[in-house]
Design a protein around this ligand. Structure first.
Ligand code: ZN
Ligand code: ZN
Length: 258
């Protein structure tokens, strides 16, 4: 079964989908799913917006939990919150923890002003350096989410991550993920663009060359219509890059059986 390992339901403020709807969408497509609600403690633009009552999450969504519907969390990594972030996986029985970069140096990658006065290369380098700093502080996650998150928002003509623009830093990030024994996500949000597919393929191939083995596939759905979206393209990228699609149950890696 294929698993969509990244989506948001009623505990994420920016989601328009309920767990009930996610479950129905998954059934319809014969998909396994992992719900990954936002956890961004002390978000720079809105400190309280992207956290939720985790006890209540398990209480309310516990009845939905099955072999095909797993309960996870997407932790937005910041250096300042690393100590608390690392405790989440020890305190609560998540199936899966996604580690994400939504901010760099207390600035939100979603906001245009984050890029003010910076060339694209400077912005990408800052993101990669901040990623390295955060990976060194965050140990309790399973897969590194959407490496191309900033490409959704950065205000440059070329919106792709280009390996050749920062090869040493990309390598350092990939090597660190390999050393930490982490998977990397293929996020399907931008895979409708062939430019995105082509530039990401270079990155995933490089991750493989440096010893990476495992990928999770995630739609990052916030609407029921987007559950499972473009997973076929993500699978193809994984195959071409020589990476193995996995998901996590009770924090243990499972291979997807097609
Ligand atoms: Zn995210
Ligand atoms: Zn997400």
């Amino acid at each position: 079964m294929i698993f969509d390992t990244h989506m948001h339901c009623q505990y994420s403020i920016d989601s328009k989908m309920s767990a009930e709807e996610a479950k129905a969408a998954a059934l319809q497509q014969n998909l396994g799913i992992i719900i990954t609600e936002h956890w961004d403690e002390d978000y720079p633009t809105n400190p309280e917006a992207f956290v939720f009552d985790i006890e209540d999450y398990f209480k309310q969504l516990g009845p939905y939990r099955s072999k095909k519907l797993l309960l996870g969390i997407e932790v937005g990594m910041q250096e300042e919150t690393a100590a608390n972030d690392n405790l989440l996986g020890r305190k609560y029985p998540f199936d899966f923890i996604l580690g994400s970069m939504h901010c760099v140096n207390r600035r939100d990658l979603y906001e245009e002003k984050t890029y003010a006065g910076k060339t694209k290369q400077e912005a990408v380098e800052e993101f990669l350096l901040a990623t390295l700093a955060n990976l060194k502080l965050h140990d309790n996650f399973d897969s590194f989410a959407h490496i191309d998150y900033m490409c959704r928002y950065m205000p440059y003509d070329d919106k792709e991550l280009v390996y050749a623009e920062a090869p040493e830093l990309f390598d350092e990030v990939f090597k660190l993920l390999v050393t930490m024994d982490k998977a990397i996500e293929i996020n399907t949000r931008r895979l409708d663009s062939s430019d995105a597919v082509n530039s990401l393929l270079v990155l995933y191939k490089r991750f493989r060359e440096l010893g990476g083995r495992y990928v999770t596939l995630g739609s990052d759905a916030h609407y029921k219509e987007h559950v499972g979206r473009r997973l076929d393209i993500a699978r193809e990228i994984a195959e071409v890059a020589g990476l193995v699609p996995v998901y996590f149950e009770q924090r243990k890696m499972q291979r997807m059986i097609f």
